[in-house]
Design a protein around this ligand. Sequence first.
Ligand SMILES: C[S@@+](CC[C@H](N)C(=O)[O-])C[C@H]1O[C@@H](n2cnc3c(N)ncnc32)[C@H](O)[C@@H]1O
Length: 286
Amino acid sequence: MNDPGVNTVETGVTIGGLLRESGLPRLEAELLLCSILGCERVRLITHAEETIDSSHVRSVRGRFARRRAGEPVSYITGRREFYGLALRVTPKVLIPRPETERLVELALERLSPGAPACVLELGTGSGAIAIALARERPGLRIVATDVSEAALALAHRNARDHGAEIEFVLSDWFDALGRGQFHLIVSNPPYVPEGDAHLVRGDLRFEPRLALVGGKDGLACIRKIAARAQGRLRPGGWLILEHGYDQKERCVELLIELGYAEVADFEDLAGLPRACAGHWLGVAGF
Ligand SMILES: C[S@@+](CC[C@H](N)C(=O)[O-])C[C@H]1O[C@@H](n2cnc3c(N)ncnc32)[C@H](O)[C@@H]1O
């Protein structure tokens, strides 16, 4: 076999055998094995009886062990798919979630194709949302911020990988932005309450606190963004925020109190309340 990714040195350990010994869910084991062999998952099925050379076997077993110890697959492989895009991820950024793809859809529904528009993404992390929007609507002017330098550097790299034109700004929410206003502001801000039990379970244990924790009740960042977005939205502009599965009522109330119109909440693919949107009809504050 002439595939540089899979050497056939006689170790006696086959692809199928390695997957079976992993003790991991099949998909996770396959992703980890592919990350070492540099191949697609389909190849593991078509070449299940192929033997793997000893250095690859060692590397794969190392990755299996890290996963069994709880480390997220995406941090081990350094990759995560979001909205059909392969993104780089590191432990310095949140692993983009499938539920966040809903934000991209909601944003696209509110931006007329072909019409020039300025979009702001707050807390871009790996750049997932901004890059997905840029890829879907190349004509948009997109500004994306984060307070984490490491996140911005990674987002920059991901944007370059995907040929996405995005202006990245190191900023505490709106603080370092110029005076511009936007047709749409979108954010998946940190919204887990301090001390929440989920923070010490599963993938969240490994993710940056800065990306997760939104103050005592989880809503500190959402409140700040929703209030300050008013001065940054053009009249007729939209605010779209992701929130926790149990934060729908408080987010809807907040947006209505702040004077947003057509406030609506949206479910994710799992049927859980996940995103709140409001239309800003007022005259911007500055
Ligand atoms: C929940 S993560 C979302 C990351 C990415 N947008 C996504 O959906 O996968 C929240 C992001 O907000 C950033 N963040 C936290 N506090 C911030 C602040 N004060 N100003 C700007 N960004 C902030 C974090 O660094 C993190 O990247």
